[in-house]
Design a protein around this ligand. Structure first.
Ligand code: AZC
Length: 814
């Protein structure tokens, strides 16, 4: 008997249909006959929200009245993905919904498709935040996600006729958005600019302008926990009415200018992945959401109190700083405690350091934000004073610990010209963590070495994870059913280590065949989806080989495309006989930051290689390349379950963790990868024999740099590499235009910062192993099952448990 623990349905399908009908009538004022799928989507979403409402209110009440410390996850990005299916799952209404919607005369897929995905994040960091709040709710831990409700999320990507990326604004709020509840009655005032004056021996900040931060609340329902947490995203509204006098002089634009400026704060998500832009607006955004969130937490936990005892604040809530973006919260809490509530410096510092913790998500030095001190001084003059004082205290502390003066200088938070946010976070919080073991080790050994020497106890690791609800249950229903069948229970959805129980089934040919059939059916589904959405003709009987992630040099999409060109040349040159070629479909997905020239050129190259390869009769049926545009959570949910082979080929020592790697392993793809980020731990767990490892290690990379890396030498030494690069420069992929990719080629041959050329040989060598295994389907799928069975550790539930134990020191609501 299979044990089912999924949330029980609160209503029948007929009742749910009635609720949708009622919502259509009283919410939207349309009859079922008049309704469009988009209307039904809104009505059904509202109906689900109503089902979650009691749990939401109860969770908030228990949080405020109880003694369990809450978590405030401060993040500039939350890449949530579509909401309806997830909410239905957690409310126990999935089947009722499908039946109800059909009974009302609609196709449920049309209704699901009516939801526009909110793209309020760039990539890994934003998606991780979304997985984390899902897991906190599922564990029953009281938590707030705090962020920004950007009007425009990550740009929508398209390709022009030359294969170049074009960015289109993503106005995701065009249509009614039923999930966010705008709560005008709980807004916060956030101020900027002006000056600091002395009044009665006290510092008083006289800001020049303010905006109104209005919370938009999203329910975050837990799976089978009965708990619903809150994601509170702030939206900026102006306090200024437009200026009627100016308006009457017909100066219309001037009349609304202050209003527009204020509301610009939450207008756009910065479309960067790991390189910050020194933009004032970005600092405004950061301060805006962090200041509003801190005041909000005080409002929530000390309701109606004029003189709250904020020495208890760290026992009410702890704030996790998701990368450096919210770090301005440290001086802000100091300011609030000292200037608004009258605490002395030392008391305020004690409260602040107990409240904050910092997660670093990068190893690229340029991604650790550094703000010009002058900019902070202009926008937040009081904060700059506080930062200076923190820095003085810090230097004194280092001196007392006998740190030498050069090192103290290297560690400065405030250097005179600039403020280093990662250093401020490391000093101003209790814990610092990296996001995979290797990453945390490199933070200690390299990036934040001085800090770890002085404060070794602050440093810890929490390896990332992903939510199995969205990325297995919703994305891959066939595999979910097979897992439940294999384990005899569906408890794995809230205890992913149970997947271990599948291990013996890898030896059972019947089970392996079922597993293979699931993968095949998913490939057929994806092929149909790709046809419908993109017009692609993907052959589901070929190996589906996927590389999806942001386009960045360190991730080395260039390595993949060069190897692919080399394979193309091999087939063309007759170096491989037809039966030697394992038919492959390579699928890329990636957005490049709009200002990232080489990344955009790499996209253009991939598209043009795809065009040439897919139209060449010589390789037909053997090699094809597709690049579905606008990679997002929705596409991920379709593509990951259909993938046979996943690429995680960053240069060792550059990818902090990766989370795609986890999603693929959990969905039964094998990985070809380097010893980087969480790949290391995935390989350890699934077994070295079930992972295609290649390439240099961190130490080998360092040694090669130290000896003077010459990419041109690798080019000269490897004829296949040489030919592949020559084909990029000789116009093969640019209709004869030899200049089209010249900057890319020049970069490879003279700089190649991430040593693509040095790893090329190893990468092409490992392909033979991959193909030999793929030629034995049962053996391939056995290994894929072992990947699934041993990846339970990579649940974000486990990540949250690690944070609770190592950093937050709290747990589920009683
Ligand atoms: C990413 C890291 O590049 C990735 O390796 C990691 O898995 C992910 O965070 C989650 O920890 N970093 C970012 O996305 N960084 C920024 C600034 O966007």
């Amino acid at each position: 008997m299979t044990e089912i623990t999924a949330p029980k349905s609160p209503v029948s399908a007929e009742q749910f249909a009635d609720e949708i009908r009622e919502q259509l009538k009283y919410g939207q004022g349309v009859t079922v006959e008049q309704a469009t799928p988009a209307d039904v989507y809104v009505a059904a979403s509202q109906a689900v929200r109503r089902h979650l409402m009691d749990s939401w209110m109860q969770t908030q009440a228990d949080m405020v009245n109880g003694t369990t410390k809450a978590v405030g996850y401060l993040s500039a990005e939350f890449l949530m993905g579509k909401q309806l299916r997830n909410a239905l799952l957690n409310a126990g209404l999935t089947e009722q919904f499908d039946t109800a919607v059909e009974s009302l005369g609609f196709n449920y897929q049309d209704v699901i498709d009516a939801e526009h995905e909110p793209g309020l994040g760039n990539g890994g960091l934003g998606r991780l935040a979304a997985c984390f709040i899902d897991s906190l709710a599922s564990l029953g831990v009281p938590a707030f996600g705090y962020g920004i409700q950007y009007k425009y999320g990550i740009f929508e990507q398209a390709f022009d006729k030359d294969g170049k990326q074009i960015e289109k604004p993503d106005y995701w709020l065009t249509n009614e958005e039923p999930w966010g509840h705008i709560d005008y009655n709980r807004s916060q005032k956030v101020s900027f600019g002006g000056e600091v004056v002395e009044e009665g021996g006290k510092k008083v900040w006289k800001p020049a302008w303010s905006v109104r931060a209005v919370p938009v609340d999203y329910m975050v329902p837990g799976y089978a926990s009965g708990r619903v947490n809150t994601l509170r995203l702030w939206s900026a509204k102006s306090y200024d009415e437009f200026d009627l006098l100016t308006f009457n002089r017909s100066e219309y634009l001037d009349a609304v200018r202050p209003q527009v400026a204020a509301e610009n704060i939450s207008k756009i998500l910065y479309p960067e992945d790991s390189t910050p832009q020194g933009k004032a607006l970005r600092l405004e955004q950061q301060y805006f959401f962090v200041a509003a969130s801190i005041h909000d937490a005080i409002r929530v936990f000390y309701p109606g109190q004029e003189n709250p005892d904020l020495t208890t604040f760290p026992s009410k809530i702890c704030f996790q700083l998701n990368d450096t973006h919210p770090v301005i919260g440290i001086p802000e809490l100091m300011r609030v405690l000292i200037d608004e509530y009258g605490y002395d410096w030392d008391t305020a510092w004690g409260i602040t350091t107990k409240t904050f913790n910092y997660t670093c998500h990068t190893l690229l030095p340029e991604a650790l934000e550094v703000w010009p001190a002058s900019l902070i001084g202009e926008l937040l003059p009081r904060h700059l004073e506080i930062i200076k004082q923190i820095n003085e205290q810090f230097e004194a502390e280092l001196t007392s610990k006998h740190v030498d003066s050069d090192t103290i200088k290297d560690m400065a938070i405030h250097t005179g010209d600039s403020v280093r946010m990662a250093y401020l976070a490391t000093y101003g919080g209790s814990h610092v963590n990296g996001v995979a073991e290797l990453h945390s080790q490199l933070l200690k050994d390299v990036t934040l070495k001085n800090f770890s020497d002085v404060y070794p106890d602050k440093f810890t690791n929490v390896t990332n994870g992903v939510t199995p609800r969205r990325f297995i249950k919703l994305a891959n229903p066939r595999l979910s059913d097979l897992i439940t069948e294999g384990l005899g229970t569906d408890k794995w959805l809230s205890d992913l280590e149970l997947l271990k129980g599948l291990e013996p089934l890898a030896a059972d040919d019947e089970f392996v065949k079922k597993f293979a059939a699931v993968k095949q059916a998913n490939k057929v589904d994806f092929s149909n989806y790709a046809k419908r959405e993109y017009g692609f003709d993907i052959d589901p009987d070929t190996m589906v080989n996927t590389m999806v992630k942001r386009l960045h040099e360190y991730k080395r999409q260039a390595l993949k495309i060069l190897a692919l060109i080399a394979r193309y040349a091999d087939i063309k040159n007759g170096n491989m006989s037809a039966d030697e070629v394992m038919p492959r479909t390579v699928v890329f997905g990636a957005k490049a930051a709009p200002g990232y020239y080489l990344a955009k050129m790499t996209i253009q190259l991939i598209n043009n290689v795809a065009r040439v390869v897919n139209n060449d009769p010589d390789v037909k049926g053997k090699l094809s390349v597709y690049f579905p545009w606008n990679y997002n959570v929705r596409l991920a949910q379709h593509l990951i379950p259909a993938t046979d082979l996943d690429e995680q080929i960053s240069q060792a020592g550059k990818e902090a963790s990766g989370t795609g790697n986890m999603k693929f392993a959990l969905n039964g793809a094998l990985t070809v990868g380097t010893l980087d980020g969480a790949n290391v731990e995935i390989r350890e767990r699934v077994g070295a024999e079930n992972f295609f490892l290649f390439g240099m290690t961190v130490d080998e990379v360092d040694a090669l740099y130290a000896s003077g890396y010459s990419p041109a030498a690798f080019y000269e030494a490897d004829p296949r590499l040489k030919q592949a690069i020559d084909m990029v420069s000789d116009g093969t992929f640019s209709n004869g235009d030899r200049n089209a990719f010249a900057p890319l080629v020049a970069d490879w041959l003279t700089k190649d910062w991430f040593m693509t050329l040095a790893d090329f040989h190893a990468y092409t060598e490992i392909q033979a192993d991959i193909e030999a295994l793929y030629a034995q389907p049962l053996e391939w799928h056995r290994k894929a099952i072992l990947n699934v069975a041993n990846s339970g550790y990579f649940s974000s539930d486990r990540s949250m448990e690690d944070y609770l134990e190592r950093i937050w020191e709290t747990g589920p609501l009683a």
